[in-house]
Write a new protein. Sequence first.
Length: 341
Amino acid sequence: MKVCWELFNSIEMGTDGSVYVCCEQRVSKFSLGNIFRDKFEDIWNCEKLIKMREAALQGKYPYCNHGICEKLSRGGGRKRNELFTNVLPSYKPVMSSFPTHVALPIARDCNAKCIFCRDKIITSEKEQIKSFNNKFNNIYLPIMKNVNIFTVNDMGDAFGSKFSRQVIENTIKRYPQIKFKIMTNGICASEKFIKKLDLENRIIELAISINATTAKTHYKIFRVRGWKLLLKNLEYLSQLNKIGEIPYLHFKFVVCSKNWKEMAKFVKFASKYGANADFWEVRNYYAVKNKYEDLAVHNETHKDFDAFVKLLANPIFDEKHVTLSPLLMKLRKKAISEKEA
């Protein structure tokens, strides 16, 4: 029996107010309700979620996307708070307490223009900031009374955005017990901002989207000059990881036609800094719609597909600090099988 932690503890929200259990659900557009229209108590114990919990308590996941969820594909996460457990927890289909982990949409503000996300640097306008602050104070904060983990910011950059930094500061003032899971490109994840935001020993997980091992490839992906700043910051962040102030340090690599040849090197790169190396194939989101066919090296129709699959047979991807997406795992098995044939 495998019981998913997130169904009983976690909530994610979209910019339109849609509420989800997890990122994979959000990708699949499987909304539980809308925080702008519905009472959170009703969403948190809605019929959809109760059915999902009932099934999970039987070790079943008929409502989940097994092709996207890396935890389902490998039987659990590596972090304690994301593990499927073999011991039946004291979970109930109807929860009497609010979630302990919340991920909120802050803004798409970022200091880079990554080819997977956007075509220009994005900074929120005053009216957008005013609107979010109103929602944050009146809608989001009240449901965070039991929260001990706050995920910031998988839409933009938590450190490269002045707006996101303000949200972090305000959250700590209201709920000093909260710790953070933060997504960043690392260019502005400096010692200066970590200390200014009082985030030392408050970051439970830091995910850094790097997607490269060289300055040249990094520029192709992010389209800003930031490689030297990134390397300087990684030295500092790896030290925090070593002393336990950032328990989980993840380096992210979205595989595409511009960087796939550096995958094996990236495993070594992450190891140098004591980080996990997480690989995902490029997804056909709105920002990539006109470039997807060229970027999607994992598609059989791509001119580099055969060479890419051959690379996946490299035993370096068996390293303990490496995580492959379900699709990349499938292609790796194919590569190994063909190599042994």
